[in-house]
Ligand binder design. Structure first.
Ligand code: ARG
Length: 456
């Protein structure tokens, strides 16, 4: 059944029908389409197009259709056409009135907004679980010390929970982004017509209330042309995947033989068909790999949109493929990350040794010199020369005694030797957001609280 046959002398070619059909992917909007159409039937009653009895018949028929399997035929262009055909089969001639003063251009916008609202909530819940798993992991080794890196070189010692909280913050921002994406989608487009505004005096506020929208869109041409709300979601998904991918990359390294910090559970690793010893981090590699797919979705949809003239163009039908793909890959990756995080084990001795063997304490020495009155530039120079001497003579921090340090430089007075322990220097970083142990304890407690309110 076509919704537009009158002006045509002959039907579409079979090739065009197949090429232009979108039911394969937009069938996922069926529930949203039915919900929207039921609300629209109530709106049609309010403007006198449907009687109460007709509206009742339509709403009841939709309730039935919702439960039936989707069995498209070749002429069903998209989910909107399919649903109307089904309505006609169930409710008869009254179905011909359902599309009064409505366009598929606003309908597809409405359906996608309804779908996105729910999906954003689902993603936020998945994010919340991942964030909780990170906090649980931090709680298992609250005192573990790792070298923090810049340029992939050991930089300064930090607490393991401080490192995990960095990811907590990334996911907290992601959760915010999804809340924002949801808020932007949460505006009713119905009443916009094809592009010029509906020719029937619908109470748009009433329709918005009926469907739980926070408000109504302000410009009908914008509605017909707009996919920003889809891009907002796919952008939020891409950002989240970037964060997941960076976590995956870290942990692939940290669980390698070279690092030996983390032990990934058997349940999330796989072996080699040839090399019996292998235990490969495939779950994390796939998260990293899928991040590329999701970012591809963002680029794909941005590229589709960037040159479109006002207002609706059929190109826009292609938005749902990257949207659903991004949503599915994201949900799968968040679930996988949760299982990896819940089952990983830290071997705290390995990162502690990495911190102790390196010169992550050099900054602590320089800053202590500056605190004692030496201008920082000179303090930096002195600590640098101390490191150079150690590298030359093959000394690790723990190999120095207080007397030797003082012989090297009188500025290294009693007490400086204590700073050769990476844990000691961290206590000078008791600043909000820093890795001082008390700051981290406070940050962990605050994170728990924020998570419980998902006030992130
Ligand atoms: N399936 C279409 C889409 O997803 C619905 C709108 C069709 N409108 C049209 N003028 N052909 O964009």
């Amino acid at each position: 059944m076509k919704l537009w046959g009158g002006r045509f002398e002959s039907g579409p070619s079979e090739v065009f029908e197949r090429f232009s059909g979108s039911l394969d992917f937009d069938r996922r909007l069926m529930d949203a389409d039915i919900r929207g159409s039921q609300a629209f039937a109530r709106a049609l009653e309010r403007v006198g197009i449907l009687t109460a009895e007709e509206r009742e018949r339509i709403v009841a028929a939709f309730d039935q259709i919702r439960k039936e399997p989707v069995d498209p035929n070749a002429a069903d262009e998209d989910i909107h056409t399919f649903v109307i055909r089904k309505l006609k089969e169930r409710a008869g001639a009254v179905a011909d009135k359902i599309h009064t003063g409505r366009s598929r251009n606003e309908q597809v916008s409405l359906d996608t907004r309804l779908w996105l609202r729910e999906e954003s909530g689902r993603v936020r819940a998945l994010l919340g679980v991942v964030m909780g798993a990170l906090l649980d992991l931090a709680g298992r080794d609250p005192d573990a010390v790792i070298p923090g890196y810049t340029h992939m070189r050991r930089a300064q010692a930090v607490l393991w929970p401080h490192y995990l909280l960095a990811y907590f913050e990334m996911f907290a921002r992601d959760a915010e982004r999804f809340a924002q994406a949801r808020a932007r989608a949460n505006v009713l487009p119905l009443g916009s017509g094809a592009l010029a505004g509906s020719g029937f005096p619908f109470d748009r506020e009433a329709m918005a209330q009926d469907l739980g929208f926070a408000g109504v869109t302000r410009n009908s041409m914008d509605v017909a042309a707009d996919r920003d709300f889809v891009l907002d979601f796919v952008y939020a998904a891409s950002m989240t995947m970037i964060h997941l991918s960076r976590l995956a990359e870290d942990w692939i390294l940290y669980s390698s033989e070279e690092f030996g910090w983390l032990e990934l559970a058997d349940a999330v690793t796989s072996g080699s068909s040839l090399m019996p010893q292998k235990k490969n981090p495939d779950s994390l590699e796939l998260i990293r790999g899928k991040s590329g797919r999701v970012m591809g979705c963002l680029v794909s949809l941005m590229t589709t949109m960037k040159g479109l003239p006002m207002t609706y163009n059929r190109d826009m039908q292609e938005d749902k493929v990257p949207l659903f793909e991004a949503a599915d890959q994201l949900a799968g990756s968040l679930e996988m990350a949760r299982v990896v995080i819940q089952s990983v084990k830290l071997n705290p001795a390995a990162p502690a040794a990495a911190a102790e063997e390196s010169w992550v304490v050099a900054t602590d020495l320089a800053e202590a010199l500056a605190r004692a009155g030496l201008p920082f530039h000179q303090a930096h120079q002195l600590a640098g020369r101390f490191v150079l001497e150690s590298v030359r003579s093959g000394k690790k921090p723990a190999d120095w005694t207080a007397e030797e340090m003082q012989r090297f430089a009188p500025e290294f007075t009693a007490g400086f030797a204590e700073l050769l322990d990476p844990k000691r220097g961290m206590t000078s970083r008791e600043i909000p957001g820093g890795t001082g142990p008390q700051s981290v304890t406070a940050a962990l407690a605050a994170a728990r609280q924020r998570l419980s309110e998902m006030n992130v």
